[in-house]
Ligand binder design. Structure first.
Ligand SMILES: *Cc1c(COP(=O)(O)O)cnc(C)c1O
Length: 427
């Protein structure tokens, strides 16, 4: 980890060119790498030497960008994945096997919920979902002897709940398992979960990190703080010899700081192959170079929009953790004093019809399933992502039929508010 401040890390970490070398990160557009002898290559396959041999496992461009994200989060090792979905799947599957159990926060991204509740359940991994507002006792009651991890999102997409990181970390550690946090919405610019006891961080880099809607991607970062060997019985994959890698014991050979990411690369990336393309890693890095400049503007615009909506007579509720009086305001102030994210959600006194009319008349804000982009985008879940649900099912899922999700970009706040104002006049 470098000693630089966040802004400097965003711009410069991960790559330091030597004399006469390219100033920008080189895109190593090569599937494979050449060696002088078979013995040289054999050492790589045995994980005896570090180096590149095939881009499905590792690529220099990807590693430079992963190293930047690692530095930003304050971790010891990191890897890129093809998507946020792959990052969350790998992060959990790296430590939970068939027959194991995971405690997850109930307000998580719909794609992650589906991954856990449907797909990973088919793989024999059980999940217990707990409310982010659960008491210490309720959280305790969710653990089982075969629990291997606790999972949550710093700021949940789209529920906008804020995770009490210290509460969840304390419970996880009391049961000898790591806390895994998806830090997509906050980004390390606004929150560094490792500083509050989190052990593994994941990202959908598709969102603010890329920031320009250019490339789907993900990342996993290890804090290096979880002592796998102290709980060796729970984590045989890290603490006993891997037969598919000539009997290497990851936690011994790569230590506390390197075991998790090395195993994840050597086994899961090898076998599932959810790599990020070096081209996309290059684009992601361009996004990272301005993340520290963009995040404050996203938050500033979202707060202005949230305050405007809060006082509007046609609006029934506004949810934004950065807004005074929001249910999660105090937690947000604790964990993200400099700002939360650019996403605001709100509802209409006129119900579903009012929401539909409003959406129809927006001019600047574009209707997209995307969030966390430089350009403002918005979605009415009841008529898009959740359209298969009836009104009762929507309410049960925490999404009222009148709810609109509004992801503030980095345009001028006055223009965003004027757009909202003219659309509300039609309601
Ligand atoms: C979008 C998102 C994901 C999934 O990421 P993809 O890059 O779309 O695969 C996971 N977690 C959160 C919080 C997200 O917003």
């Amino acid at each position: 980890m470098s000693d630089y401040n966040m802004s400097t890390k965003c711009v410069q970490s991960g790559y330091t060119p030597g004399n006469g070398e390219p100033r920008q990160i080189p895109i190593v557009q090569s599937t494979t790498f050449k060696y002088a002898t078979s013995e040289d290559m054999g050492k790589l396959f045995d994980l005896e030497a570090s180096g590149y041999f095939y881009t499905r496992l590792q690529n220099p461009t990807n590693d430079m960008v992963a190293a930047k994200i690692c530095d930003m989060e304050g971790g010891t090792a990191a890897m890129l994945t093809s998507s946020g979905q792959a990052a969350n799947f790998y992060a959990i599957f790296n430590i939970a096997n068939c027959g194991d159990h995971v405690v997850a926060c109930s307000t998580i991204y719909g794609g992650t919920y589906n991954l856990f509740h449907v797909t990973m359940r088919k793989m024999g991994i059980a999940f217990t979902f707990v409310s982010p507002d659960c008491t210490q006792e309720e959280l305790e009651a969710a653990f089982q002897p075969n629990t291997k991890a606790v999972f949550g999102e710093t700021i949940a997409n789209p529920a906008l709940t804020v995770l009490d990181i210290e509460k969840f970390a304390k419970a996880a550690h009391a049961h000898g398992v790591p806390l895994v946090i998806d830090n997509t919405f906050a980004t390390p610019v606004n929150c560094r979960p490792f500083e509050w006891g989190c052990d593994i961080v994941t990202h959908s880099t598709t969102k603010y990190m890329d920031g320009h809607g250019a490339g789907v991607g993900g990342a996993i970062v290890d804090s290096g703080r979880f002592d796998w060997m102290a709980h060796a019985d729970k984590f045989p994959g890290l603490c006993t010899p891997d037969d598919s890698y000539h009997g290497i014991t990851y936690a011994e050979k790569f230590g506390q700081g390197g075991a998790f990411i090395t195993k994840c690369t050597a086994q899961l990336m090898r076998d599932f192959g959810s790599i990020q393309s070096p081209q996309n890693a290059f684009l992601l890095n361009l996004g990272l170079e301005s993340l520290h400049v963009r995040m404050p503007r996203h938050c500033e615009n979202a707060l202005a929009v949230a305050r405007y909506l809060k006082s509007h007579p046609k609006i029934s509720f506004v949810t934004y953790p950065g807004l005074e009086g929001d249910k999660y305001y105090d937690l947000a102030q604790k964990y993200m004093p400099n700002g939360t994210c650019g996403v605001v959600s709100f509802g209409f006194k006129g119900g579903r019809t009012a929401a539909e009319t409003f959406m129809k008349h927006l001019k600047l804000a574009a209707i997209e399933t995307h969030v966390a982009d430089a350009r403002t985008c918005t979605l009415h879940p009841a008529s898009a992502t959740h359209r298969q649900m009836n009104d009762q099912e929507l309410v049960a899922a925490g999404i009222t039929p009148d709810l609109v999700r509004f992801s503030c970009g980095i345009e001028d706040a006055a223009d965003l508010i004027a757009d909202i104002e003219q659309a509300l006049e039609q309601v």
